[in-house]
Design a binder for this molecule. Structure first.
Ligand code: MIG
Length: 573
């Protein structure tokens, strides 16, 4: 340790933690938990990469997602009818925009009830899933954490009958307000409840669905019934009175603190297989176990097949069950940079299948922001364009510069064999998919400072533009690398650049990456969806005069689990 100064610390505690990494006192790290065990793992290793591998050895390996999940995902809150989804799919194909998935946000359900489908807006859902599938598009429905309180709704009734919901102090299911109105939370810390909730996915799996996203699973609470009643009473007591400012603020304060209130989290309970636990003590395990419930059921449903599930909330170790997206960002340039910076952090926690809403979820996007975000997104496993209702529409065919969008998305599809191979190798070896420069060049002080360039897999480094009005950017090369400036597999330029700083112009219709010495990568011909990919004939790019080895992973993209014999060493001439 003295020699390398490198180590890792993993504190296994699901309580609320406060962590100060040298902010108040730069000589000291301070980590506090409100309660819970002082169980921590000290991870040694002679490099940061070795510490990460030690950590993923401890917490487990990320499973392989289906290959189609590396395609482009179109989303918006909401495409609320089969006809609307069909129109979106038609427009994408009409404008020759490759796509593998369209997401169904909460409005596909009947009154926001999990595992229901609104029959008026989506008549004959299985036939519709099939119709989309024939166009090469999978539908990805959302499943929320809150279950609607409604007599006759089977999920609610079964849950009540079997004590599968979290309970309040009175021993009754704890009622909160979320999208369906009065709702209850499945007790994901209870193995029976978890199994039961997971088995409900059958309804959608039987319709041909192969991928899901889990939302609102922090769990998110708009209000608790208890607290809302108290607040309304407080406010009505003030009606018609001449209020002091303090009294007025007590009204705004009470309303503003209704959502996700810590008092509410401390007033409902889990039955963790016989052990009663206050929710606030295990808050971070809720989303984790929600995803686990689905993932474990998928294995039961069909253990030969891979399914997609990714979540908004998570906790350390959840990567063994599913992926993650970074939730409600906004259409802001800072959030594009944050997306870039979070990729290695998520990897370090074990998550390989990850992504952000490109273009931004909240607020109105702009074409320049979208194009620059896409230029990063093409290197990220979950490439999803998603945005909130009320914000300006951001489906790609609505932008002016269609050529730029087409170039970048085509390039994404060309990169899939590389991304897939690198993903598998990272998963198998417990390594990062995105490596900060400081990990690879520990003796280069400049490299250690750089947070806006990353290695993607072992062969290439990216340096996306993330500021408005900039035609390019400064890139630091810690050693000589080959720059590839590429519009398409038939239109690119290569140049070996020396170590040091370079200003690189990057147009909206192209991207730039840098191949490390002695490395290579395959580029496939672009296609409209993943199933059409030719995984045998590639354009090989390399940074070497002589022959270079590349470990390529290919398989059918759907059968569960990685097969080692599918890693082949290719001699790139
Ligand atoms: O209260 O389902 O992060 O992606 O579109 C908002 C509606 C609930 C939050 C998710 C977002 C999704 C939205 N959801």
């Amino acid at each position: 340790l003295k020699e390398t100064g490198v180590y890792g610390l993993f504190w296994d505690n699901p309580h609320k933690l406060h962590i100060d990494l040298g902010y108040a006192d730069d000589q000291c790290w301070r980590m506090e938990a409100e309660d819970g065990p002082l169980d921590y793992y000290y991870l040694a290793g002679d490099s940061m990469a070795a510490v990460v591998s030690a950590y993923t050895r401890l917490t487990g390996r990320a499973p392989l997602p289906p290959l189609w999940t590396l395609g482009y995902h179109q989303s918006r809150w909401s495409y609320a009818s089969a006809q609307e989804v069909r129109d979106i799919a038609c427009c994408l194909r009409e404008y020759d925009i490759p796509c593998d998935a369209i997401h169904l946000d909460i409005d596909y359900m009947e009154n926001y009830k999990d595992f229901t489908i609104n029959g008026e807006r989506f008549p004959d859902f299985p036939a519709f899933v099939k119709e989309m599938r024939e166009r090469g598009i999978r539908l990805i429905p959302i499943i929320d954490a809150g279950v609607k309180v409604e007599k006759g709704y089977s999920v609610y009734e079964e849950g009540v009958k079997n004590n599968y919901f979290c309970k309040g102090e009175d021993g009754e299911p704890f009622v909160v307000g979320v999208w369906p109105g009065d709702s209850v939370f499945p007790d994901f810390l209870n193995s029976k409840a978890r199994e039961w909730f997971g088995s409900n996915y059958k309804t959608l799996l039987d319709c041909g669905i192969e991928g899901f996203w889990n939302d609102m699973n922090e769990p998110s609470v708009f209000y608790s019934k208890k607290n809302l009643a108290k607040t309304i009473e407080h406010i009505s007591g003030k009606a018609g009175k001449n209020l002091s400012l303090q009294e007025f603020w007590s009204i705004t304060g009470a309303v503003a603190t209704l959502a996700n209130n810590p008092e509410d989290y401390a007033s409902f309970y889990h039955d963790a297989d016989g052990k009663q636990i206050r929710h606030s003590e295990v808050h971070n395990l809720f989303g984790y176990n929600m995803v686990r419930s689905a993932s474990e059921y998928f294995k039961e449903y069909d253990d030969k097949k891979r399914f997609l599930i990714y979540s908004r909330s998570s906790h350390i170790g959840m990567h063994r069950y599913g992926g993650i997206w970074t939730g409600d960002n906004a259409s802001r340039w800072e959030h594009l940079l944050m997306n870039l910076k979070m990729l290695p952090s998520l990897n370090m926690c074990g998550f390989l299948y990850a992504g952000a809403d490109i273009g931004g979820f909240g607020q109105d996007t702009t074409e320049d922001l979208m194009l620059r975000w896409l230029a990063l997104g093409i290197f990220v496993p979950l490439l999803r364009n998603h945005c909130t209702f009320g914000a300006r529409r951001q489906e790609f065919y609505l932008f002016e510069n269609k050529k730029a969008i087409k170039n970048l998305l085509d390039l994404r599809y060309s990169l899939i064999p590389y991304l897939y191979s690198e993903y598998v190798k990272s998963a198998l070896r417990g390594e990062l998919l995105y490596t900060p420069l400081g990990f690879l060049y520990p003796n280069d002080e400049r490299a250690k400072e750089i947070e806006d360039q990353l290695f993607v897999g072992g062969s290439i480094m990216i340096a996306p533009v993330y500021r408005q009005n900039e035609k390019g950017r400064l890139v630091y090369l810690p050693e000589s690398m080959k720059m590839v400036k590429i519009k398409s597999v038939t239109d690119y330029r290569e140049e070996v650049l020396p170590r040091g700083d370079h200003y690189i112009e990057i147009g909206f219709d192209e991207t730039v990456f840098f191949i490390a010495p002695g490395k290579a990568l395959p580029l496939a011909n672009p296609v409209s969806h993943v199933e059409e990919l030719d995984d045998k004939n590639f354009l090989w790019l390399k940074n070497s005069e002589g022959e270079v080895d590349y470990e390529l992973y290919t398989d059918d993209g759907v059968t569960a689990d990685i097969r080692f014999e599918n890693i082949k060493t290719i001699k790139v001439k």
